[in-house]
Design a protein around this ligand. Structure first.
Ligand SMILES: [Zn+2]
Length: 153
């Protein structure tokens, strides 16, 4: 982080940080329950005027409003590659599984095996679920172990 406003206290100049794709106010009904993704004042980065008019963040620098909630310091033991992976596609797949309440012994269907879908498969398997992975793209049917589409355990 290069610069911080005077109200920013959870992260500091020089910290490696990762952030969410959207902002949250921290004070509304949903934020008070920790449901920041449902914030009534949420704005999203890079999605235009209808989503809050924030610039995209696939850039060298970005202005991040409400940085105390949006940004998290990346621990020193976490590499840049792992932080990027965990903060982007894996977070989406993982939180989808957590929000579903999926548990051990249950069955999950994951529709779409792009990066997020593959992470959802991993998170669901880690939760102890049996996973049915579905994709219309034939190249994604192979699991990496087997040469033809099949049931993998
Ligand atoms: Zn809020």
């Amino acid at each position: 982080m290069l610069e911080a406003g005077e109200a920013v206290t959870r992260v500091a100049v020089g910290d490696r940080v990762a952030g969410c794709f959207q902002t949250a106010c921290g004070m509304c009904f949903h934020c008070m329950r920790g449901e920041y993704q449902r914030c009534v004042e949420s704005r999203s980065f890079g999605l235009g005027a209808t989503m809050g008019s924030l610039q995209g963040t696939q850039a060298e620098f970005a202005l991040v409003p409400r940085a105390n909630l949006v940004l998290q310091r990346v621990p020193d033991a976490v590499s840049d590659d792992v932080a990027l992976f965990a903060g982007d596609v894996m977070g989406t797949g993982y939180h989808g599984v957590v929000a579903s309440g999926l548990g051990a012994g249950e069955v999950a269907a994951v529709l779409g095996l792009g990066p997020v879908g593959l992470c959802a498969v991993q998170a669901a398997r880690l939760a102890g679920a049996r996973v049915i992975a579905i994709d219309s793209v034939e190249q994604r049917w192979r699991c990496g172990v087997h040469s033809a589409p099949r049931r993998c355990t």
